[in-house]
Design a protein around this ligand. Structure first.
Ligand SMILES: *Cc1c(COP(=O)(O)O)cnc(C)c1O
Length: 374
């Protein structure tokens, strides 16, 4: 691979091998007629086995999986769902589409995810669920959130779209809540181009979501074209599932690549006034996005770093804006942590094949900028 200084460094791109191409070719050649669901069924079974959940339903996106799961729990008008202000809008949109209200709370400064104390303070008689989003692979404090959910009779839901490969005390992210949602968008650690997965251990919720995912048609229904309620159409195609099966066979390798890149950055940035994705004892961080957050008190404008990256043909990504800073939401200037993370955080490039020379090239820009600022 070329490592000259002008070659473009993408922030992500899928890792595709002969295995993915072979499975996709097979699905496109033979996966029709009575075989049109073969790879879909296999991907669902193998994903559930990998995660350790009873059920999995392949979807067209994580957004769809979240929408289905929350609809399956009857979340709707008058209900509130608590989630972190530091987030991508995909986590909040399904709540709004269901007519419920997303209640945004400030982030925890260490995990960059839900602050359990802020969650507890935001609970009202209308609260129905807590949506734990494991940001950039970082884990929410699941034990505290589960205790709060239990105490108040709420559903704890997991958006694990960014957290394949992350684990909390031996349990995989996405397998610990009432349901979990995954994304296989082209930027994610494991990809099918577009795609997602709904997972749950709850047999009743599984049946409800299966019916909802099939335009409201229950699987025991003998009449053709007979929906029992208005459902959704968020399905994955067999060709996408074939790519997913190949990616899943390589999942340990895909996650190991993210972790190798993260360690490379951590070494290269050692001693600088910044923090990176945490990995508390007893947890594994799949680090979908190796991320820096520059310490308070250090002069830093993320636009300066992104401009240096751009001049050297390197893709950078801003840390998510607080949702409350976006036009569809009420401003929450008091959410100091979420605002600070956004102002002082940048995601570094991390496609799976990123080499040591590229890591050094990216880290060099961060080091020179911060050394000039201190
Ligand atoms: C990518 C992402 C989603 C949306 O995934 P899609 O498959 O694009 O719908 C949802 N939540 C989080 C946290 C994400 O990173």
């Amino acid at each position: 691979m070329s490592t000259n200084a002008s070659s473009r460094i993408f922030y992500t791109k899928p890792s595709i091998t002969d295995r993915e191409v072979g499975y996709a070719t097979d699905a496109a050649t033979t996966g029709w007629g009575e075989r049109c669901y073969e790879y879909i069924g296999r991907f669902e079974r193998e994903f559930a086995a990998y995660l350790g959940t009873r059920h999995a339903i392949a979807t067209s996106s994580a957004t769809g999986a979240l929408h289905l799961g929350m609809a399956g729990l009857d979340i709707g008008p008058g209900d509130e769902v608590i989630l972190c202000d530091s987030n991508w809008i995909a986590s909040a949109a399904p709540i709004i589409h269901l007519g419920a209200t997303p209640v945004l709370v400030d982030a925890d400064p260490v995990s960059w995810c839900l602050d359990p104390a802020a969650v507890e303070a935001a609970i009202t008689p209308r609260t129905k669920a807590i949506l734990a989003v494991h940001l950039y692979g970082n884990l929410c404090d699941i034990d505290s959130l589960a205790a709060i959910a239990q105490r108040h009779g709420l559903a704890l839901l997991e958006d694990a779209a960014e957290a394949i490969g992350s684990a909390w005390k031996g349990r995989k992210a996405g397998s610990m809540g009432r349901f979990g949602a995954f994304s296989f968008h082209g930027t994610k650690t494991l990809t099918t181009g577009e795609g997602g997965m709904f997972v749950t251990n709850d047999d009743t919720l599984y049946e409800r979501v299966l019916t909802l995912s099939n335009h409201g048609r229950a699987r025991g229904e003998t009449r053709q074209f007979w929906p029992e309620r208005v459902g959704f159409k968020y399905k994955m195609s067999n060709v996408q599932a074939a790519i997913g099966c190949a990616q899943l066979e390589r999942v340990e390798e895909l996650v190991a690549a993210k972790r190798r890149i993260f360690s490379g950055y951590r070494e290269a940035l050692d001693g600088l006034p910044l923090r990176m994705n945490p990995e508390p004892p007893g947890t594994v961080n799949g680090v979908w996005m190796p991320t820096i957050v520059v310490d308070d008190g250090i002069r830093f404008d993320r636009a300066d770093l992104l401009a240096r990256f751009k001049a050297d043909n390197i893709d950078g990504r801003v840390f998510f804006w607080p949702l409350s800073a976006l036009p569809p939401f009420e401003p929450r200037p008091g959410h100091a942590v979420s605002h600070r993370l956004s102002a002082r955080g940048v995601n570094l490039p991390s496609y799976h094949d990123l080499g040591d020379a590229e890591i050094a090239r990216v880290a060099g820009h961060v080091r020179r900028l911060l050394e000039a600022a201190t």
